[in-house]
Design a protein around this ligand. Structure first.
Ligand SMILES: Nc1ncnc2c1ncn2[C@@H]1O[C@H](COP(=O)(O)OP(=O)(O)OP(=O)(O)O)[C@@H](O)[C@H]1O
Ligand SMILES: [Mg+2]
Length: 278
C-alpha cells in the first residue's frame, strides 16, 4: 500500500545544505502496523512529511496504492510531533476534532457521532467545549489523536504522538492504537523514540541509522497478536526483542550512510536519545 522508494531529502539553505535522508526504501502492506525508530535528528519527521505529501523529496518517491504522492492524500491522517501547533487556540475541542471532517461533507449528525466517539475513545468525553489552552499537554495530544481517529483514515502516520503524556496514559493510548488498528483495519506508521513502545506496538520495527540516514534494520516483531501491558512486556521474547532494538539503536547512532563504525556509546547518549522530546 505504501512504498517508499530511494527517498532522499536534502534541505537547501542559503549558507548550508542539510542531507536529512540519504536513501530510504521500504514497503508497508495494507493493514500493517509498523513502528519506526532512530536517533534524534535522523530525519523521521522529514520522512513523515514526505510521505504525507507536505514536503517534496529531493529524489525518489512515495507511492500510495500505486500512485505517487504529490500532495496530501485524501485518506491519510497525520498526528504531528508538535501537536500544540496543530490545534487552533480559538476553536474548542469539538471544533478542532471536527475540522478535517468538513471536507468529507458527511452531514451534521454523522459528523457529531464521529467526533463524540473519537473524544470518548481518547478519554475526553467531558472536554468538548474546552479550548486547547485550557488543557494539559497530554490532553491536547489526545485531542490531536481524536482528530485523526474521527477522520477514519485508511493510512495513519503518527510522529511521536505520546511524547507529552504520562506513563499511565501512554500505556492506555498504546492499547487504544492497537484496538483502533484492529477495529478500523487502518494502516499505521508510528514514529517513536521509545524502544519498549517500538516493540510493544507493532508487527515490524524499522530502525533508521544516524544522519545521513538509511534503513539500518527492518525487524519483524514476532510477538503474539494478543498483547497486554503486563504479560507482553514481561515475556522473554519481549525482552529479547527489546535488547535487540536497543543494540541496533546504539549502532545506529554511529552508523550512517557514510560510515560503518561500531563501538560502545557514551551512556549519556541513550538519555539524550530517549528524552530529547519536549
Ligand atoms: N525545514 C528545515 N530546514 C532545514 N533543515 C531541516 C529542516 N527540518 C529539519 N531539518 C534538519 O533535517 C534533519 C532531520 O530533522 P528531522 O526533524 O526530520 O529529524 P527527527 O528524526 O524527526 O528528529 P527528532 O527525533 O528530534 O524529532 C536535522 O538535521 C534537521 O536539523
Ligand atoms: Mg521528529
Amino acid at each position: 500500500m505504501l512504498d517508499v522508494r530511494n527517498l532522499q531529502k536534502t534541505y537547501t539553505g542559503r549558507n548550508r545544505n542539510v542531507e536529512a535522508l540519504r536513501n530510504l526504501t521500504f514497503h508497508i502492506d495494507a493493514g500493517e502496523l509498523v513502528c519506526l525508530v532512530g536517533p534524534s535528528g535522523c530525519g523521521k519527521t522529514t520522512l513523515l512529511k514526505c510521505m504525507a505529501g507536505l514536503l517534496t523529496p529531493t529524489r525518489g518517491e512515495v507511492m500510495l496504492d500505486g500512485r505517487p504522492v504529490s500532495g496530501p492524500p485524501p485518506g491519510m491522517a497525520v498526528v504531528f510531533q508538535e501537536y500544540g501547533r496543530s490545534l487552533f487556540a480559538w476553536m474548542n475541542v469539538r471544533d478542532n476534532v471536527a475540522l478535517p471532517l468538513r471536507r468529507k461533507k458527511l452531514g451534521k449528525a454523522r459528523e457529531r457521532e464521529l467526533v463524540e466517539h473519537a473524544l470518548e475513545v481518547v478519554g475526553l468525553a467531558d472536554a468538548h467545549h474546552a479550548h486547547p489552552w485550557q488543557l494539559s499537554g497530554g490532553m491536547q495530544q489526545r485531542v490531536a489523536i481524536a482528530r485523526a481517529v474521527a477522520f477514519e483514515p485508511k493510512v495513519l502516520l503518527m510522529d511521536e504522538p505520546f511524547a507529552a503524556v504520562d506513563a499511565q496514559t501512554r500505556a492506555e493510548l498504546e492499547d487504544l492504537i492497537r484496538r483502533l488498528w484492529h477495529e478500523l483495519g487502518v494502516t499505521v506508521l508510528f514514529v517513536t523514540h521509545d524502544i519498549d513502545e517500538a516493540v510493544y506496538l507493532g508487527q515490524r520495527t524499522i530502525i533508521l541509522s544516524a544522519s545521513p540516514t538509511v534503513v539500518q534494520e527492518d525487524l519483524t516483531i514476532d510477538l503474539p497478536d494478543e498483547r497486554d501491558q503486563l504479560h507482553t512486556r514481561s515475556s522473554t521474547r519481549f525482552a529479547e526483542l527489546r535488547s535487540h532494538v536497543y543494540e541496533q539503536i546504539q549502532r545506529a547512532k554511529h552508523h550512517n550512510g557514510d560510515t560503518e563504525r561500531t563501538g560502545t556509546a557514551d551512556p549519556s547518549d541513550d538519555l539524550a536519545l530517549q528524552n530529547s522530546e519536549p
